[in-house]
Design a protein around this ligand. Structure first.
Ligand SMILES: [Zn+2]
Ligand SMILES: [Zn+2]
Length: 158
């Protein structure tokens, strides 16, 4: 038995066509599964991150941001910022770690757009126990994406 490789090599993004490096030193994460430019992913994993067992393989759209649930004794529950993807093929949701080289402005754009998520998607997200971040979480999101003291203008919907 040979151990399963940690990554499946570099790949070309199915959405924007950008070349994505899966090298750990670039992304800071293992099992990179989304594009750092447009943040789209593909439905490759079935049971756990990186297993690549899904037969679906459809593109997954980044739809929202959430916070990783922390199970600590203080019950704070406000952990790492995470990206929520929805599969364009089967509709299933997944939560993914944000990589070091993910485009912060694109992430912020997803956060802004998630305020207008269709009710059906919103219900699905909530049914999955995922806490959607709302407009009130903007300072937190900016802090996590851009660091302390950053002032980033956010595009207001017309
Ligand atoms: Zn892309
Ligand atoms: Zn799917």
């Amino acid at each position: 038995m040979t151990p399963r490789p940690a990554t499946f090599g570099d790949f070309r993004c199915a959405h924007c066509g950008g070349l994505v490096s899966s090298a750990h030193f670039v992304s800071g994460v293992h099992n990179r599964n989304h594009c750092p430019y447009c943040l789209w992913s593909r439905h490759l994993d079935l049971y756990s991150a990186g297993d690549r067992l899904s037969a679906c393989k459809a593109p997954m759209q980044p739809v929202a941001l959430t916070l990783k649930r922390r199970r600590d004794k203080y019950g704070l529950g406000r952990g790492e910022l995470m990206l929520v993807h929805q599969c364009g093929g089967c509709g299933s949701l997944s939560i993914n770690r944000i990589a070091a080289d993910d485009d912060a402005r694109t992430l912020l754009g997803i956060f802004s757009a998630s305020a207008a998520l269709p009710a059906r998607t919103r219900d699905l997200v909530q049914a999955g126990g995922i806490e959607l971040l709302g407009p009130g979480d903007l300072p937190l999101v900016q802090l996590r994406l851009f660091g302390q003291g950053a002032q980033v203008p956010i595009a207001q919907p017309a």
